[in-house]
Ligand binder design. Sequence first.
Ligand SMILES: Cc1ncc(C[n+]2csc(CCOP(=O)(O)OP(=O)(O)O)c2C)c(N)n1
Ligand SMILES: [Mg+2]
Length: 1023
Amino acid sequence: MSHLKLFAATVKWHGIKLLQKQDIARRVFLHDRRYVSSGTSEPFLSGSNSNYVEEMYYAWLENPKSVHKSWDLFFRNTNAGQAYDPHLPDQLERKASFLQSHGLAQTPSKAEKLVEDHLAVQSLIRAYQIRGHHVAQLDPLGILDADLDSFVPSDLITTIDKLEVFRMLSDTKILEWFYGLHESDLDKVFQLPTTTFIGGNENSLSLREIIKRLENTYCQHIGLEFMFINDVEQCQWIRQKFETPGVMKFTNEEKRTLLARLVRSMRFEDFLARKWSSEKRFGLEGCEVMIPALKTIIDKSSEMGIEYVIMGMPHRGRLNVLANVIRKELEQIFCQFDPKLEAADEGSGDVKYHLGMYHERINRATNKKITLSLMANPSHLEAVDPVVQGKTKAEQFYRGDTAGKKVMSILLHGDAAFAGQGVVYETFHLSDLPSYTTNGTIHVVVNNQIGFTTDPRMARSSPYPTDVARVVNAPIFHVNADDPEAVMYVCSVAAEWRNTFNKDVVVDLVCYRRRGHNEMDEPMFTQPLMYKQIHKQVPVLKKYADKLIADGTVTLQEFEEEIAKYDRICEEAYTRSKDNKILHIKHWLDSPWPGFFNVDGEPKSMSCPPTGISEDLLTHIGNVASSVPVKDFKIHSGLSRILRARLEMTKNRVVDWALAEYMAFGSFLKEGIHVRLSGQDVERGTFSHRHHVLHDQEVDKRTCVPMNHLWEQQAPYTVCNSSLSEYGVLGFELGFAMASPNALVCWEAQFGDFHNTAQCIIDQFISSGQAKWVRHNGIVLLLPHGMEGMGPEHSSARPERFLQMSNDDSDAYPEAFFSQLYECNWIVVNCSTPANYFHVLRRQILLPFRKPLIVLTPKSLLRHPEAKSSFDEMVSGTTFQRVIPENGLAAHAPHEVKRVIFCTGKVYYDLVKERKNQDLEKQVAITRLEQISPFPFDLLKEELEKYPGADLVWCQEEHKNSGYYDYVKPRFRTIVNHTRPIWYVGREPAAAAATGNKNTHLVSLRRFLDTAFNLEAFEGKTF
Ligand SMILES: Cc1ncc(C[n+]2csc(CCOP(=O)(O)OP(=O)(O)O)c2C)c(N)n1
Ligand SMILES: [Mg+2]
């Protein structure tokens, strides 16, 4: 191979230096230039043409191993910033002519050549395995590259690439330039390495056959990305599945099933288009193959033992999935197009392409029972991903399916959303964490190469929309969606992968969108050329049917009968659908809770028993919470002190915040209620108060969770530090809480402010989930909150946002407090005592229905000497106090009281202290609102009436435009029938939640405390 050529470095040296500077723009540059290297395996001294060094450099940047090692060394030195040596080119030139004149740069010996050639073949095979996907024919339209690089790897010998420069070069030329192999080598037989299966039963093949088989596997309609996986066994598994000759064979029966499934997929969309041509349905046209794809995944998974599949998906093709995968009755779908359909359930309901579904049936392919659940979701793309994962985890957990052998999730994505939405990344990062893994998810991307009106080139910076999956080493199988058999094969392998290795896998269905974003949109405005091509595109069903008819697998008549049969099914269902005048969203539940409600789906009672527990239980839990229930376990001395203090409290029959929480959690475990606490650093507690996981100081990774040692027979307690995510993790816990009403699932924010990065889960699921999808959820959000001079962040959990979204009417006095609780969308509390925190957690499970609970939790109160509760407030018969009335001197002579201050949370302790300092205990009553929403109208009315001569003040430590004031003010005024004012005392309105200046914080505190106890402060003021 070696024709010694003069080194061209002198010409190109400055070029290299320049290129280094341009490194950042490399990808764009490469793309624009349609660059292809042509001589990477030639040694350093053999460069010939003027572009040679430049080309070497690009190839080296792409893959240092693709160039000869002498080039590698050279570029490495140059890149390491070695100073430019002006004499170097001369030296090299001299060296070159020296070697030439002494005949030292000659052809290697025969043995060497043999070894070199085998090595070359090995690297050729590896090049296909790594980069073959770049030249696979993935786009059914044939106009775009599925990867934005438009990159043809320089080390692939491909007959099917599209680039101009490759057309000009013959394959054999490339062979020679890259691998040192001649045309004459093509028919030589080479030993195959153990890292390939292209030989089937043969150990060696001719080079010509090797190239043919590699192209067949890696460069046709399937593009495989897997060589980044750091596990040889897994790579071998994939190679075997795709490289083995003849693997992609289907029986006639399988082909007919595939055709029938395509018929259903396509005719369903056609039917909707015919009947409701001007209705939005986000049709699947252009990716009809998705339906058989999902069915193949489910069939294969069922065959491998899966009994329950939980799915999440966006709008595109959702009705089709409901009809043809989940098998929702067609009339239930069709009737939703009727504008006169009345809603039977309370709440807002949701559009038809957001509703969920739960269905148990027999899988026809395996004859085994399978349950399918499609989770309801909001418009917010990808938000449902972590929710599906949480629900899947819970279903696995409650079935004892720790390895995910029975329950599995499938997530569908759009190409633009998969690449663009950060929650996808957050969800991937949960996939391998012990308390969050679902043991592998199958991701299916409907990659129609457009997002609404935006081209991929404007929508992502990664070559593929699926690159995010690489972070967890998930194999990615790209496939041309116009090749239904390739799609089925890929889906079958993906399901096998998931159920063999229990790891995530991605199927990227590269397809197109036949219509606009929805059926009303005109796509030619923005993608004229693409849509010209799409209009010419023969539908996949026709293409596949033609193929099967041509090869005799089906007859034209059979095909037409299949179509007519399904059309008839649709027509009959359409006729029946007209009888449906009422929509029951209840029939669209994705997570039914059998036995929890009565047969009509109503709560079995409308009351809540007392939430206290026996003294014995309190003492027992207190003792375990103070102990290390494992032998020879050395804990930190600081922790010993904390445990001693807990023991002391237990003896003295008091609890602080952490112990009260322990009592609540522990009591549930005895009753068989699973408790799960998840969030950042929750195991110890951000404020080092909880310590639910003890760490042996001498044995690495040895831990103990005393809560799991309370009783021999108890429900498990899960406490888990999460990844540093709010959106993903809160979504996950919400999904977990969906699976069963008999679990207390809590998510704690590190500081309350951080919940706003999970705002979508709060707005779209927690606040409105029941209204949209009649689905109850008892998740608990623990949000550390309190103005303690810690700066604009770390102060406020933004209670105003939750209150603003509370659905109780500020102007209507409710009839009964319990139905008020039943009708609200969530409960917002700010407890001032540990006992009340204990009770509100207990009430969460003792209620006959489930509501999300938002708890503003304290920080400094965790250690405040006054913030303690006696066992007396927690024993049997005691209960949660929505309002804690004044019970001091002022309450004994209410007619003399001049002012009632209403407040909530920590500021109560500041107010009590100040009142004492000012000796105003008889004149000023202080009443605490513990449950802020739904607003305790009834109890506050009693309080107000008790102090007829007092002026009424709402005092909060938050700024006026935050906190609770805007929520409580109209409600207080409803109670007093607008006859008395409720004065505001607190901080001024502000843009930031708190000041960063300690002094400003203290000054403003002083100022509002002064106002609170200035009994003349509001004299003469009007309201
Ligand atoms: C979080 C979020 N942002 C924006 C939108 C508005 N939106 C709806 S569909 C869509 C395009 C989605 O593109 P893609 O993910 O590729 O799915 P496709 O519609 O192509 O199937 C957009 C931007 C949304 N629904 N959710
Ligand atoms: Mg798209």
